[in-house]
Design a protein around this ligand. Structure first.
Ligand SMILES: NC(=O)c1ccc[n+]([C@@H]2O[C@H](COP(=O)([O-])OP(=O)(O)OC[C@H]3O[C@@H](n4cnc5c(N)ncnc54)[C@H](O)[C@@H]3O)[C@@H](O)[C@H]2O)c1
Length: 449
């Protein structure tokens, strides 16, 4: 039975629905569109749908121009597309109308998987989406989850909901998991060139999902189950979290020993085998590394297992903002100032360089800690002109990025945006706490943190 779906996929007549038009879903839409499919993008956020309708970018590094060109050709439905002069180009329709799910042949889910305030998996977005899909589920459809989650989400949690319709996974519809490996603003690798791991609930499910991703990526990597595919993503992110914790711990030790950790890492990475460079920082940020490992920690409890490496890495990484604050206190003390009433300019809000993603950014934690101590903190970030409301740091919402001037008692570099690399911040004559190895010049005013 997947044969007829596979034929539709390879012939580009399959209709693709992508649910969740964020950092993961939007690049995926673009790849399917460029591959010649009729793509419908679903989101509950009407502002995003309207922005796409108007051809407006809401994620700075995601270039939506291919979609705009496609839309100007008015290629919204399969029927209209066939009337176009170029039948190879796809069509794109963003919508909040989930009844259109029924028309889809393949549905890819890219909704958030955060943690609750008790740091447990919050699967509500995935489950709500699955319930919505179940309402429109029909024979022959392929459903793929891409959101990062613990092993068992696809074949237990999701399948149970979908099979309540009376349709059976592997027999009536196809179910798969394919982890997203998107690395925002990575100039070397993008969605289409990153190998895609795919796991199916059954062999037929796998065949259908592999056929789908073969149309947009250079290499698919089939694995034996959805659980292996889910575990693959977690291994990747836990590996990062643990190694970042390792260099963060060594940073603190080497600082006491008068050794520059960045210099040591740069030398270590000249070894052509057996070493991969990870870099210290002010703490973990982003939607993935601070969160995903704890999906496994939670699931491991069901098996009476405690994930000690993950917990320890989490402990070290979350202690980094306190370490940075201790450096700020020392730097101010050395110029006979105290934190209270000091004017601090924080350089960079996003969790990594040259992107506008500020989710889980340690910069917010630092801002909060310094302000609790009485500092007056301003920020500059060319990618984040205004702080958007967030659940955790609602008090900071509405603050605006300021100009970089010498009107501050201390500069705190939290993100290595390219824009900062050309400036000699030591010329400002105030202490500079650098958490990202931006300042290469040796100066008594520079404090590595
Ligand atoms: N951002 C990354 O770099 C990255 C990389 C790999 C994996 N992931 C994983 O991919 C998943 C999505 O992450 P993201 O960064 O794209 O998140 P995001 O917040 O940027 O996008 C998620 C989108 O889903 C929408 N949404 C929420 N609930 C919905 C619902 N019920 N129906 C339809 N749309 C809904 C939101 O409005 C939002 O537009 C997560 O599981 C994340 O862990 C993210």
């Amino acid at each position: 039975m997947p044969q007829s779906l596979i034929k539709k996929i390879t012939g580009r007549s399959a209709r693709i629905g992508v649910i969740g038009l964020g950092y993961v879903g939007l690049p995926l839409v673009i790849e399917f569109f460029k591959s010649g499919f009729d793509v419908t993008g679903f989101d509950v956020d009407a502002r995003k749908v309207k922005a796409l309708d108007r051809g407006e970018r809401y994620i700075k590094h995601v270039d939506i121009s291919p979609l705009i060109v496609g839309r100007s050709e008015k290629a919204f439905t399969g029927k209209e597309r066939k009337q176009q002069s170029n039948p190879k180009s796809g069509s794109f329709r963003p919508t909040t109308d989930f009844t259109c799910l029924e028309e889809m042949n393949c549905i890819v889910i890219c909704v958030p998987t955060p943690l609750t305030k008790y740091r447990e998996p919050d699967l509500s977005y995935v489950l709500e989406t699955t319930k919505t899909i179940a309402r429109y589920l029909r024979k022959g459809q392929l459903i793929v989850l891409e959101s990062t989650t613990y092993p068992g989400t696809t074949d237990e949690d999701m399948r149970t909901v979908l099979e309540k319709t009376g349709l059976k996974a592997g027999r009536d519809f196809f179910l798969a998991f394919s982890p997203e490996r998107e690395d925002p603003n990575n100039r070397e690798y993008r969605t289409g060139t990153i190998p895609k791991v795919v796991g199916g609930y059954t062999k037929k499910c796998l065949a259908a999902a592999v056929a789908l991703y073969d149309t947009i990526v250079l290499k698919t990597v089939p694995v034996s189950s959805t659980r292996v595919a889910e575990a693959t993503k977690l291994i990747e992110n836990i590996y990062r979290s643990v190694n970042i914790a390792l260099v963060n711990e060594l940073k603190v030790l080497f600082d006491r020993m008068g050794i520059d950790i960045w210099e040591a890492i740069d030398a270590a990475k000249t070894k052509p085998f057996g070493f991969q460079a990870f870099y210290p920082g002010p703490g973990l940020g982003g939607h993935c590394i601070p969160i995903d490992p704890f999906y496994l920690t939670w699931k491991a409890r069901e098996y009476g297992f405690s994930t000690r490496f993950i917990e320890l890495a989490g402990e070290i990484n979350t202690s980094m903002p306190d370490y940075v604050v201790s450096k700020v206190v020392k730097a101010l003390n050395d110029v006979r100032k105290h934190v209270k009433d000091s004017r601090i300019l924080m350089l960079g809000l996003s969790y990594k360089a040259n992107i506008d993603d500020d989710r889980e950014s340690p910069a917010y934690r630092l801002m909060e800690k310094l302000e609790e101590m009485g500092a007056k903190v301003s920020y500059n970030d060319p990618y984040i002109p205004v702080i958007k409301p967030t659940r955790e740091f609602s008090k900071l919402a509405g603050r605006k990025s300021v100009e970089i001037t010498d009107d501050y008692d201390l500069l705190l570099i939290t993100t290595a945006h390219d824009e900062y690399s050309g400036t000699d911040f030591t010329s400002f004559g105030v202490p500079v706490v650098d958490t990202r190895d931006v300042i290469k010049k040796k100066s008594r005013l520079v404090y590595r943190a």
